[in-house]
Design a protein around this ligand. Structure first.
Ligand code: SF4
Length: 618
């Protein structure tokens, strides 16, 4: 019986104490909303105010904060998203993760913009939220069940849930959390939930409907945004081929992470392109809701319908292990999804183990190009069996213990995504400085370097400027909780960009990056924000909010001890060219990093200077 309306947001956050099994309401002021927007930004601010540096990520003091944005629950394109922030047990610094699926919408339909989960339950627990009530239910019977089994057992009509599998229960440092068929993947949120004995959070359908503050303006923006998305090449490629659309250009640029980033291509690589998967696996859209890009797909693998592996899974659970049969990769992907493992970190860790085995540092039955023992290895990780107990700690911990740091392909403890930065130097800088570790999405300059061909990939020119701009933009976008993949359509299809020839844009971006960036029209985002919640926000204020959010996250990390020495890449990428690269490229990180620090306002140790912190009002 939905009847009540939320005009944009109620500014209500539900705080749940798992130790005392109590709950209360936290109110968000309009000024905090304007400064941190929502989603990732507001989540970080709440975390910053509550979390002491130095706490054990798997101890009672860690917090899980789930936040929606002002667009969650509206019909804005690609707004079926929400965000989680926490201290990561994999990296020891801030963890953050964006997710599709309907949990965020459903939570908001109960009148809550977000959740703060604190403390620790003595026994396995399930939290059920319905309007103003929170029920703490015994989850002993669910403990030990995998994700699909748990979702099936919950079987509650009209509910949406966050669920962990065995990996989360067993505190695997890169355990994920499922929201329907979408995942909060990176940084080990599943282990944090497991450490709190929290098996699942269920949101029943609530009584609220989200309506925009300025409905007519909102509808006009929606039409405009959908028009832009529907004519944008990148959006259309993702609609057709999913994120695997990225595989073809990445292969052409010799950037596939074959055999743990040893090669950039492989004779069988064409099997894992989006085009080949569409042709051979009967794919169809299967997306977050609402969405206008439709990058999610399902298809037929091993004789059954299942999620098409994302590009990252194809790269990390496939190419990086020397495996190119999509049916094999789908099986590995399914194990990760059922046990609750992040596919990127699982693949990166297994690739390190294969190479370390080959080099005699560890003894396992895993080898590049052989799919046969991988399913067992993933099960061993999730259940901490045999060498799985060591692998469950991730590639940084493995290389600390057994040697082989040069080929542990991670930054700050987070395994790297599937774009070898020796073919895109800006992406190298992006990985080195990203707040959550080797995250491809923090700035994703490879999109401008290799997918859109705006920036020459193997020069350092304009890279620090673009990494900084994209970090600010995406921090803000992730705080509205609209999908980051809208970035192409919503900024590159505006009149000025559309009417300017590609070679002129390329010239401007490479040679006059500050001017080119100033000309990028991001106004659809703040306009959506204002139309949804009634708070005026200019493009300048929107990007400043993005900067504030990025710097706040950096500050939280420097409070945990992060310094310049951590803003680096593994030696393999700095010193060792790919074996099949005729240009023999490595990432020239130092000059890009120095310039980036200057532009950002970091001191020589990588700490944001006080003037900047004050200027941003942190
Ligand atoms: S584009 Fe893809 S990830 Fe983004 S909202 Fe749509 S389906 Fe989800």
């Amino acid at each position: 019986m939905p009847g009540k309306e939320i005009i944009g947001t109620l500014n209500n956050v539900l705080e749940i104490d798992l130790s005392s099994k109590t709950f209360s309401r936290v109110l968000i002021s309009d000024s905090l909303r304007r400064m941190y927007l929502g989603g990732k930004g507001l989540g970080l601010k709440l975390l910053y105010d509550r979390l002491k540096p130095g706490i054990d990520p798997l101890g009672e003091d860690n917090l899980v904060i789930i936040m929606t944005g002002v667009l969650t629950g509206t019909q804005a394109p690609c707004s079926g998203r929400f965000h989680a922030v926490f201290k990561s047990p994999l990296t020891g610094i801030v963890g953050s993760s964006s997710c599709g699926g309907s949990f965020g919408r459903q939570l908001k339909s109960n009148g809550w913009d977000g959740l703060i989960l604190k403390g620790k339950s003595k026994e396995p627990v399930l939290i059920q939220i319905h309007d103003e009530t929170v029920e703490f239910m015994d989850a002993t019977d669910l403990w030990g069940k995998d994700i699909l089994e748990t979702q099936t057992a919950l079987g509650l009509k009209k509910s949406e849930s966050l669920t962990i599998g065995s990996a989360g229960e067993n505190l695997v440092r890169f355990a994920n959390v499922a929201a329907g068929f979408r995942y909060l993947g990176r940084g080990g949120l599943g282990a944090v939930m497991g450490s709190k004995n929290l098996k699942a959070v269920v949101a029943l359908k609530g009584q609220y409907k989200v309506v925009p503050f300025f409905k007519d303006k909102f509808d006009t923006l929606k039409t405009k945004a959908n028009t832009y998305i529907n004519r944008n090449t990148m959006s259309l490629l993702m609609r057709q081929f999913g994120t695997a659309a990225n595989a073809n250009p990445i292969i052409k640029n010799n950037m596939l992470p074959v055999n743990n980033f040893t090669y950039g291509n492989h004779p069988k690589a064409a099997q894992i392109t989006g085009e080949a998967i569409k042709e051979n696996h009967d794919t169809r859209n299967h997306t977050c809701k609402p969405c206008s890009i439709f990058c999610g797909h399902k298809g037929t693998f091993n004789g059954k319908q299942t999620n098409v592996p994302e590009y990252e899974a194809l790269a990390l659970l496939g190419a990086s292990l020397g495996v190119f049969d999509p049916n094999d990769i789908s099986r590995f992907n399914e194990i990760c999804n059922q046990k609750g493992l992040d596919t990127i970190s699982a693949g990166g860790t297994l690739a390190w183990v294969m190479e370390a085995t080959h080099k005699g540092l560890v003894e396992t039955d895993l080898e590049f190009g052989s799919p046969k023992n991988i399913v067992q290895a993933l099960n061993n990780i999730a259940h901490l069996e045999g060498f799985g107990r060591e692998m469950a700690m991730g590639s940084r911990a493995l290389s600390d213990k057994f040697g082989g740091k040069a080929f542990a392909i991670q930054v700050k403890g987070l395994e790297m995504a599937g774009y070898d930065p020796r073919g895109a130097y800006g992406q190298g800088l992006g990985y080195a400085v990203a707040n959550r570790g080797a995250c491809h999405l923090s700035s994703f300059p490879v999109g401008f370097e290799n997918l859109l061909n705006f920036l020459a990939p193997d020069t350092i020119r304009a890279k620090p400027e673009f990494v900084l701009f994209l970090e600010n933009l995406y921090s803000a976008v992730n705080s509205l909780d609209i999908c980051q993949f809208t970035g192409y359509g919503l900024t590159l299809e505006t009149l000025l960009t559309r009417m300017t020839p590609h070679f002129v844009l390329r010239f401007l971006m490479q040679n006059l990056p500050v001017l080119a960036i100033a000309l990028v029209d991001v106004s659809l985002y703040p306009d959506f924000f204002s139309a949804a919640c009634g708070i005026d926000l200019s493009s300048k204020e929107f990007l400043k909010a993005g900067e504030r959010i990025h710097i706040l996250e950096r500050l939280m990390n420097t409070n945990e001890g992060i310094r310049k020495a951590d803003d680096t890449l593994p030696d393999r990428l700095l010193l060792e060219p790919q074996k099949d690269d005729p240009k023999k490229r490595v990432v020239p990180l130092a000059p890009m990093l120095n310039k980036y620090y200057k532009l950002r306002g970091y001191n020589k140790d990588g700490i944001p200077n006080q003037r900047l912190v004050k200027k941003l009002g942190i």
